[in-house]
Design a protein. Sequence first.
Length: 72
Amino acid sequence: MIPAFRYNLLCVNDNIPPQITEYKNEEIDDNMLHQVQRLFAHLELSTRSDYNPLGFTFAFKELEGGPTNISE
């Protein structure tokens, strides 16, 4: 809803290469910024109204360091 925020978030470059990890038979980049950018880009550019949050919840760690449970 705030185009300037969305645009600036998508323009951020942290100069960290993707940290690809296999999780549930998917290759996921374990970098929170990259996952938030993917989510925002999908919502901005896709005609679909849904987004699979698996990569985002994997990168968003619980206090113990494990991926967030998307069933909760």
